[in-house]
Design a protein around this ligand. Structure first.
Ligand SMILES: C[S@@+](CC[C@H](N)C(=O)[O-])C[C@H]1O[C@@H](n2cnc3c(N)ncnc32)[C@H](O)[C@@H]1O
Length: 408
């Protein structure tokens, strides 16, 4: 007999409906999927659209109250939003109840009017729910470890976003807003030159675009050509996007993706000030890129992937959006020896681009497993002189590296 799983949230209009759709789509043979709310808000049209994009039709779904499903006995109940968690009745019998919170897409889309931008949080949450539902059988069979991982990743991302949000709001002087990390006490111009930018490059971008948050110069290894489409993962104030925009010229295009709204608006203002017409900044997570498959020639990134708690998803997404023969040219912090447990668990060091660094071997294995060819990771020992100012003792474990690979 199929096991019954109920997804519960407040209005049964978006997240719980997506989860029901995902479960039927991915595990319909093993599980019966249900969803309900503690109120009926009616189906959310953006949720229907987001699921339609991955081939799941929710158009016949409707919002239901939990009381309408009272006669059923569930094997697992998953509350997917905090409100339902608080107001959720206790389930008698054998139902196991777990709480796996997901962001509320309608709340994230408040104030947005462009439908493509509105879809960004819906797609992100759709994919996060999909990842969760993919392994839901393990949750039933083996306990709560995946739930803990999702909570852990969300907490890290929200801390990272808060950190870079306050840096963006503080303007150029990132050191005044951040306690440590990815932040150059020596003066932005000087450190940018130490990291491989020419003084012409540094002075060619709009004021405020270079916040001194990088750890290398991806332009130097990207060999950008006129007409290419470039994607910058974690574009910050837009520094590398603006340099890339010049290199690819008016026939090319540069897209910057960043999850921190304050960074995004700063980058957009900088683009207006600099008169760039071939740069587009998009709100999104690099683990769930708001870009079509096979649409990018070159992916650059500067001091960002170390901040992702799910690097495998970042590289899988990079692989998906790259065209065949497309390449990645990334500057990032890597570990040349395993970090101590204490350093790895230090949230301040994490947000400061130190504690999330993967080892060279881990990155190499990940890139190859995903299908990248020509994988090359070149560590830059001299950059230990820069990272030593970010976090005490960091230079004993991490340094900057160039990460290059191509999609066959
Ligand atoms: C250290 S800063 C680097 C910014 C820029 N690349 C530069 O060199 O100036 C990291 C940036 O990555 C963004 N970021 C971190 N994790 C991200 C994620 N998972 N998805 C999207 N953006 C992310 C942050 O919001 C921040 O703007």
């Amino acid at each position: 007999m199929k096991k019954k799983v109920l997804f519960l949230c407040t209005g049964n209009s978006c997240r719980s409906q997506m989860a029901e759709g995902w479960l039927r789509h991915l595990h319909g043979q093993r599980f019966e999927a249900f969803s309900a709310g503690i109120a009926k808000h009616g189906m959310n049209q953006y949720a229907i659209q987001a699921m339609k994009e991955i081939g799941v039709d929710l158009s016949a779904h409707h919002s239901k109250l939990l009381s309408e499903l009272e006669s059923l006995e569930f094997d697992l109940v998953v509350t997917v939003c905090s409100n339902a968690h608080e107001s959720c009745p206790l389930f008698p019998g054998k139902a196991k109840v777990v709480h796996v919170p997901f962001d509320d897409p309608p709340a994230l889309a408040v104030g947005l009017s462009d439908s493509e931008e509105i879809m960004v949080p819906y797609r992100r949450v759709r994919d996060q729910i999909g990842e969760f539902v993919k392994s839901i059988d393990k949750l039933i069979d083996r306990g709560n470890s995946m739930e803990i991982k999702i909570l852990h990743d969300d907490k890290i991302k929200s801390q990272v976003s808060q950190r870079y949000g306050s840096i963006a709001k503080a303007g150029n002087s990132c050191c005044s807003a951040s306690a440590s990390g990815c932040c150059q006490p020596d003066g932005i111009q000087q450190v940018s030159e130490k990291l491989g930018y020419s003084s012409d490059e540094v002075s060619s971008v709009p004021e405020g675009a270079n916040m001194g948050l990088g750890c290398g110069n991806p332009q130097a290894i990207a060999s950008l050509k006129p007409g290419e489409n470039v994607l910058d993962l974690g574009s910050g104030g837009g520094f590398d996007c603006f340099l890339a925009a010049k290199a690819v010229g008016p026939s090319g295009m540069v897209i910057g993706v960043d999850m921190t709204p304050e960074m995004l608006s700063k980058a957009r203002k900088n683009a207006v000030n600099g008169g760039y017409s071939n740069v587009d900044f998009r709100l999104g997570e690099i683990e769930h890129l708001p870009l079509a498959d096979n649409s990018v020639d070159v992916i650059i990134s500067n001091c960002v992937i170390n901040l992702s708690p799910d690097k495998e998803s970042v590289f899988r997404e990079a692989f998906r959006v790259l065209r065949s023969n497309g390449r990645i040219a990334v500057s990032d912090v890597v570990a040349f020896k395993p970090l101590t447990e204490e350093l790895r668990n230090n949230l301040d060091a994490y947000c400061g681009c130190i504690a999330g660094a993967a080892t060279v071997n881990e990155l190499e294995a990940m890139l190859k497993m995903i299908g990248f060819a020509n994988v090359r990771i070149e560590i830059k020992p001299e950059s230990r002189n820069v990272v030593k100012d970010w976090f005490k003792g960091a230079e004993d474990f991490v340094c900057s590296a160039n990460i290059m690979a191509s999609k066959p």
